[in-house]
Design a protein around this ligand. Sequence first.
Ligand SMILES: C[S@@+](CC[C@H](N)C(=O)[O-])C[C@H]1O[C@@H](n2cnc3c(N)ncnc32)[C@H](O)[C@@H]1O
Length: 280
Amino acid sequence: MADEEREFDYRIGDFQQVRRLLYERSGISLSDSKEQMVYSRLARRLRALGLNSFTAYFSHLKQYDEEWQEFVNALTTNLTSFFRESHHFVSLAEHLKKHPRRNGPVRIWCSAASTGEEPYSLAITAMEAFASLHPPVQIIASDIDTGVLQTAAQGIYPLSRIDQMSNERKKRFFLRGKGSQEGMVRVRDELRELIEFQQINLLDPRWPIEPGLDVIFCRNVMIYFDKPTQQHLLERMVKLLRNDGLFFAGHSESFVHATHLVRLIGRTVYRPANPSSGRP
Ligand SMILES: C[S@@+](CC[C@H](N)C(=O)[O-])C[C@H]1O[C@@H](n2cnc3c(N)ncnc32)[C@H](O)[C@@H]1O
């Protein structure tokens, strides 16, 4: 978009300022190509707040703490879908069948849950693997973005989101909306009951997650971070996993070089490299 067509004055310095602030808050590294995306996403915030320039928006951010969450929510990319990279759910089902835990539930952390399709796919996989609507599984689904977490917790989606799913899954796990909810589906309560939704910024120095996890899904979020941040997060996540736990990364995220931390055992699926004495 040409400068003169823009509603708000937007200079390269504004983009650089946004890039710096977002990196500090969330670890997300924006490339130069995201200049227009930043403008259109934040222009909505300026309009909503009745501000007339990016400079005024930066002052507003300094003054009103609550705007930081809106700032982050506006700039995250939340693309996701049910059973995305479906081979991971096949591996997970095999793992659950091979490692049924006898004392305590199987614990899964879905660390970039977005609008919920990924944790609900985990919950469906668990129900199918244990052939029960009440499998011994606990799922923590977290994200930095509070807007997507709200959608996730509601579990209501346009019917088109489950287009690709088998009829059997559609029938077993979703309820079709009627009246004003026509064209929408809602996940069954049993699915929601398996999942605890909470906001976690992966950049925070402490996560409210107990060690001894069986599975971590950390897919399609590391790509937004620079290499040192990725390495540091992987190190912290591996410490939370059991020795026989699994770490699932996204299709374009590779940790094959981090041999001191993880060992590749399937398509972007890893195990902790070294049995840790502190780990169960
Ligand atoms: C592209 S989506 C991936 C969703 C899902 N994992 C998948 O693969 O379909 C990336 C998600 O990472 C979240 N995210 C980005 N930075 C984060 C951070 N610092 N901490 C936690 N989540 C973050 C975004 O809000 C977004 O929902």
